[in-house]
Design a protein around this ligand. Structure first.
Ligand code: NAD
Ligand code: UGA
Length: 474
């Protein structure tokens, strides 16, 4: 079998997946020209910014990889059609959010951007092109993509050659915050497809740095479904441990000890057992709801409701945090100053999509609190978009009810606060000088640690009252 040799790759979508994934491919395959294209001009300009601190995605190690490959064989561009025409292989890495209206609203994935890409590839590709689903998609989306690609197109007189296509599924398993490590040392690479030549062409690219035994080849449908299933299993573990956190608080147990005790059973495993304020991010909820929709579609309502419960529990966990903060602060936070430490949905990312901090902050604003919000990587503009409200800056302007301020550091955030809520596990929050911070707050002052970042010994002697998620008293 002669394997199609790949000289040029185009990736449509320069987001959290397209940017880092293609940067690593370009870094590891200097003989392949990789062009990442996007409609969003500002995003492409940021990817091309000479100042690597301005990259649109914050990921540890990404700047180093970009510095090596950009301008050598890695390019970022808005010239989508030209990049498609020049490519032997096109990755579709665009957003697939939950539909907000129409059939399947609130559950099904909105595939309009994927379809637009397929149409554009059908129109501008030349010769044989391997089209790869990198976005997370419902099972059997490849059928729709293939049928769009195989529809005869109106072509210009100088361009009468009809291209041919193979469609593969190659879902991405990277997690934000560890994307570069996940891409450079993946647990596995999954390639689904029926055209073995195309499958091997893609496997050849990954073999530049991934051992062959870690490259799994499956049917297309298994690959598409495995991605949704992996996210559903991961999210299910978080909801499971979060459900236990509430039981620990009620019974006097400690969720960290329970997680350790069950996680040392090799059949259960220790990963993904950190109880927290509920999972956030752009994918878990969207992918489970997509799975739920598919189950209904295929006549499996019991399976649908089984998975839906994972999302229901997650929402409950987020809501109960704001509720218990209000209860502890004598039943009211109206006009009270609260410091929010961490707004990103997890540490080491600037991504706030579906962050628990958004839901918890919204609940507290609704209760009339004044929030001073700090995050090392999320900027004020993004928080304002998420909270749908402009900040009160400077801090002296933070007045009234249901208002918020963007704090430049932790000390400013806690100034005059009745309570601190730690909502993201940034490393810098693990070693704060609590005796100093306590002096800036209004007594009796609380620290609500939803991420288990504080060692209770750090708080002892400060006069602060510590509440830790999943820790019962007595
Ligand atoms: P994103 O929103 O950060 O990026 C998508 C980009 O695609 C945007 O910049 C958008 O402008 C661009 N785009 C949309 N339609 C386009 C078109 N027709 N032509 C050119 N550009 C277009 O999304 P993301 O987080 O990178 O996720 C992309 C996909 O990968 C989703 O399906 C997601 O479920 C999946 N995924 C995400 C992660 C993650 O950690 N974020 C991990 C694994 C899989
Ligand atoms: C997740 C998966 O881990 C990736 O494999 C997948 O590729 C990606 O979704 C995707 O498809 O988008 P990501 O959402 O970036 O990655 O980050 P995670 O580390 O999975 O964290 C998700 C959320 O769960 C965060 O809010 C995190 O704080 C929370 N979490 C995670 C916990 O509350 N406890 C844990 O033990 C682990």
């Amino acid at each position: 079998m002669t394997i199609h040799s790949i000289k040029a790759i185009c990736c449509i979508g320069a987001g959290y997946v397209g940017g880092p994934t293609m940067a690593v491919i370009a870094d590891r395959c200097p003989d392949i020209v990789v062009t990442v294209v996007d409609l969003n001009e500002a995003r492409i300009a940021a990817w091309n910014d000479p100042d690597l601190n301005q990259l649109p995605v914050y990921e540890p190690g990404l700047d180093v990889v970009i510095a090596r490959a950009r301008g050598r064989n890695l390019y970022f561009s808005t010239a989508v059609n030209e990049a498609i025409a020049a490519a032997d292989m096109v990755f579709i890495s665009v957003n697939t959010p939950t539909k907000t209206k129409g059939i399947g609203a609130g559950q099904a994935s909105d595939l309009r951007w994927v379809e637009a890409c397929a149409r554009q590839v059908a129109q501008y590709a030349k010769d044989h092109t391997i089209v790869i689903e990198k976005s997370t998609l419902p099972v059997r989306t490849a059928v729709a993509i293939k049928s769009i690609l195989d529809t005869p197109q109106q072509r210009s007189e100088v361009d009468q050659d009809v291209p041919t296509f193979s469609v593969l599924s190659n879902p991405e398993f990277l997690a934000e915050g560890t994307a570069i490590r996940d891409l450079e040392q993946p647990d596995r690479v999954l390639i689904g497809g029926e055209d073995s030549n195309a499958v091997e062409a893609l496997a050849t690219i990954y073999r530049h740095w991934v051992p062959n035994e870690k490259i799994l080849r499956t049917k297309l449908w298994s690959s598409e479904l495995s991605k949704l299933t992996a996210n559903a299993f991961l999210a299910q573990r978080i909801s499971s441990i979060n459900s236990v956190s509430a039981l620990c608080e009620a019974t006097g147990a400690d969720v960290r000890e329970v997680a350790l005790a069950i996680g040392t059973d090799s059949r259960i495993g220790s990963g993904f057992l950190s109880s927290g304020p509920g999972f956030g991010g752009s994918c878990f909820k969207k992918d489970i709801l997509n799975l739920v929709y598919l189950c209904h579609h295929f006549g499996l309502p019991e399976v649908a409701s089984y998975w839906e419960q994972v999302v229901t529990l997650n929402k409950w966990q987020q809501n109960r945090i704001a509720r218990l903060v209000v209860q502890r602060l004598f039943g009211t936070v109206t006009g009270k100053r609260l410091a929010i430490l961490g707004f990103a949905f997890k540490a080491d990312t600037n991504d706030t999509r579906d962050s628990p901090a958004i839901h918890i902050s919204m609940d507290l604003l609704e209760e009339g609190a004044q929030l001073a919000i700090h995050d090392p990587k999320v900027d004020s503009r993004q928080i304002a978009l998420d909270l749908k409200q402009s900040p009160s800056n400077p801090l002296s302007d933070l007045k009234g009810e249901g208002t918020w301020h963007f704090a430049i550091d932790v000390a400013e955030a806690v100034q005059g606060a009745d309570a601190v809520l730690i909502l993201t596990e940034w490393e810098q929050y693990q070693n704060l000088d609590w005796s100093n911070l306590a002096g800036l707050m209004r007594a009796p002052a609380w620290v609500f640690d939803t991420r288990s970042v504080i060692d209770p010994a750090q708080i002892a002697e400060t006069g602060l009252i510590l509440w830790r998620l999943g820790e019962g008293s007595g």
